[in-house]
Design a protein around this ligand. Structure first.
Ligand SMILES: [Zn+2]
Length: 268
């Protein structure tokens, strides 16, 4: 997995933007790897794999990066063998602007309701996380998942965009406390653990990973992808047409097989 924390050469401190678009033609910019990670993690059989529109690397400021690296190093030395168990995990949230819709739309908005821009600007905050959802399966923590199609369920966007957005994050998982059952009162972890990993089986269909320290996570990439095309509309149309041709009112219409199939053809 790619954990490079080097800044792309195109980025300079003078730039106000925090996003650098990854170039699919340039393999050093890891676009194909991130896209594959996102597509491979799309597990819901009933949700069609989305088409990726753009992937941006999120540039962290020194102030954001240093506490994370410090935390990661502490977890690393506390484990035998030394390994922070850092993972790239997904998080869906709400986007109240059009950030990322175009490759030049990289300016973060200032709307307080836009959690996406807030996270890119200041990373995650346990105190604010989960406020959108009353139910917190593993208590007050920062929730991520290895399943991109699950993170997609938590996205909420603006109406005038054909795209959806998802964050890919570096998460220091360390020693996970593995749970099959909900534990809504959880606020911290027993000694020696660094995260909770909820595994499918009892209360979950798809896994999730929760950390309880702000420094255990940083946003790494922003994926902008096309919303699933509304296939139901076409299905409904087909049912409607077939119903229409069976009713006496429409019996005078040229309800031949060929005319029906011609009307119904554009299903996908
Ligand atoms: Zn925004």
């Amino acid at each position: 997995m790619m954990f490079k924390l080097k800044r792309p050469s195109s980025w300079t401190k003078k730039k106000t933007t925090r996003l650098v678009v990854l170039d699919p033609q340039n393999p050093t910019f890891s676009q194909p790897t991130v896209e594959k990670h996102f597509q491979d993690a799309w597990k819901h059989p009933k949700k069609r794999k989305p088409k990726v529109h753009a992937i941006f690397e999120i540039i962290l400021t020194e102030e954001m990066l240093v506490p994370y690296l410090r935390y990661r190093a502490l977890v690393e030395i506390s484990r035998v063998p030394r390994h922070a168990n850092e993972q790239l995990l997904f998080h869906g949230t709400n986007r109240n602007c059009l950030l990322g819709d175009g490759k030049k739309r990289t300016r973060l908005c200032n709307t307080s309701r836009c959690l996406l821009c807030a996270v890119i600007r200041n990373s995650f905050d346990v105190a604010k996380c989960g406020k959108r959802h009353r139910f917190r399966r593993f208590g007050s923590g920062i929730y991520t998942t290895a399943c991109s199609s699950k993170a997609d369920d938590y996205y909420a966007g603006v109406r005038n965009s054909p795209f959806r957005a998802m964050l890919v994050n570096r998460v220091v998982v360390g020693n996970p406390l593995v749970r099959q059952h909900n534990a809504e009162d959880l606020t911290g972890l027993p000694n020696g653990y660094h995260s909770v990993v909820g595994v499918p089986g009892a209360d979950l269909n798809y896994g999730e990973t929760v950390v309880y320290s702000n420094d255990a996570i940083r946003p790494a990439y922003l994926i902008i992808y096309a919303a699933d095309p509304p296939t139901e509309v076409h299905v409904d149309l087909r049912l409607m047409i077939s119903a229409l041709f069976k009713t006496p009112i429409n019996s005078s219409l040229p309800a031949t097989d060929s005319s029906l199939s011609a009307t119904v053809k554009p299903v996908h």
